[in-house]
Design a protein around this ligand. Sequence first.
Ligand code: HEM
Length: 510
Amino acid sequence: MQPYLELASLGLITTATIPLSPRIYSAIFLEAMAAMAYIAVWGAALAAVLALVHWVYRWRHPKSNGTLPPGSMGIPLIGETLQFFAPNRSCGLSPFVSERVRRYGSMFKTSIVGRPVVVSADPDVNHYVFQNEGKLFESWYPDTFTEIFGRDNVGSLHGFIYKYLKTLVLRLYGQENLKAVLLAETDHACRGSLASWAAQPSVDIKDGLSTMIFNLTAKKLIGYEPSNSSESLMKNFTAFIRGLISFPLNIPGTAYHECMEGRKNAMKVLKGMMKERMADPDRKSEDFFDHVIQELRREKPLLTETIALDLMFVLLFASFETTALALTLGVKMLEENPKVVDALTEEHEAIIRNREDPNSTVTWAEYKSMKFTSQVIMEIVRLANIVPGIFRRALQDVEIKGYTVPAGWGVMVCPPAVHLNPEIYEDPLAFNPWRWQGKPEITGGTKHFMAFGGGLRFCVGTDLTKVLMATFIHNLVTKYRWRTVKGGNIVRTPGLGFPDGFDIQLFPKN
Ligand code: HEM
């Protein structure tokens, strides 16, 4: 059929209909199509822009059934992650927290590593969060942290299985075993390490302490001997730790990537060990891993293999790095405060004078008598702030101090904001162990001291850490003097680090 152009419809003439050639027809058709496509593209672009504007608006103004704390959610997707990880080279509160507390108050909202989070610098709020573990809040760490520690790590477990694991770990690191076995072993390890470091021109104290504590605790946990083939395990943990609290960008060359590779390799070693031990039912129980494997062998085990492996991984890591970092900072602070060293020396020389054999190992009664040392340890961990943030997730909308924390949001309790608050600790950056004088011993978290956490999830390694620090200080101040050879500067990203190392030279006392 011949195509026609309806001129009337175009308003050019009244009634005429002119036959058109197919070429003209298709040109007009194409033009109409182009116009429609043009409109569609613009329409789609406009819709996309509107959706984007709406999304950005929603990002910046998240929905809530009540009043959200003030604060900024940062730029979409990235939030304020970059500011959170920005290096801070002092013992003071990170600018990320201090600037926001100044601007918004002690509770503010933000977004870090892809999650909306309410940060609390308020002692009452922190206490409330810890006391409501399992009721209003549960332990939660951002996905990137969970990737690192394993999805079934103890921090991600709840309820019955969590309580069971905690009891299992306390059998190894609780007071009874410390008194019966570990105190003497830590004393022995500290003596040996200090003597070997004194025989060298200098030692990187952080590396030395890490190796000493790793060898001690990994022996208890997995029967690790530094000279056997599993030596690479320590190297993997070191690679793991370097990227632990770094920006979560998993591409080759980044610290985070190195960290994930370290985890992969360490898990390979642990899996190999587990396979070997599972295949040997006659194996005698020699270390903590053997106890865990006995549990796995039961007809209806409470643990799964993944939970067991993640537990071993977390324990191996948490046992050495935390304490090594705190003690390294402690050595730096002692060097800067000779009066504290004098008071420590007096306390520890008195202990030795009261012994029948001055070379005998530290006894539990002696350890318990170290009052000033215990104040020094409290002061070191207060200022070290090894854990810059303790994470939880709201299980329902929670009203606190006139604000709402929406269900599903993260909460970051910020211990440094409490430990460095001048209203709580006078002249908070001063290293002053005497501030703890006459105060009752703290055995759990309190509103004003939460270096080891608080509530149900209070750190299971607290007593081990204190024993390790006390025996190290005992041997250091009674047998050696020391001086810094190089390094000792700190950085927090936000985890504590010693970017230039910290080399000291030890001199035996006569
Ligand atoms: C200076 C040394 C240490 C510091 C500052 C420290 C700090 C902490 C903090 C703040 C928590 C609470 C985390 C939370 O509530 O989410 C915690 C939990 C934990 N710590 Fe430590 N810790 C130290 C040493 C150790 C040691 C030596 C071990 C050895 C086993 C250890 C094992 C653990 C474990 C397994 C948890 C998880 C407990 C749970 O989820 O219930 N920590 N630690």
